[in-house]
Design a protein. Structure first.
Length: 102
């Protein structure tokens, strides 16, 4: 199991907690000490921030080129679309090599 320190990248957590625990032994009345609210803080590493920015950029972009798709559809419809078998085979091999390296 992964240690949480490894996930944080060694960055210390900033969790200031101020609690006042004053009790007097000579008084029998209930204590009216003020307890300050607890505050926790989380900060992202620079790598975490970079991943967040990349995610936002990818979410804003379209996932395909609509003009290219329309062009290919038109070429298929009118019979002018040709397939380069060598280029297709090379791309398939390249894709398989990338999968094997994962």
């Amino acid at each position: 199991m992964t240690n949480i320190d490894h996930l944080r990248g060694g960055q210390p957590l900033n969790t200031p907690r101020a609690v006042n625990h004053t009790k007097t032994a000579t008084t029998n009345t209930p204590s009216t000490t003020m307890v300050e609210p607890q505050h926790d803080a989380v900060s992202l590493s620079s790598q975490g921030k970079a991943v967040g920015q990349i995610h936002q950029q990818l979410a804003a972009e379209t996932s395909f080129d609509a003009a290219k798709v329309a062009e290919i559809k038109q070429a298929i419809a009118n019979g002018s679309y040709t397939i380069d078998a060598d280029k297709l085979a090379n791309n398939m091999i390249k894709f398989e090599d990338e999968l094997n390296s994962l």
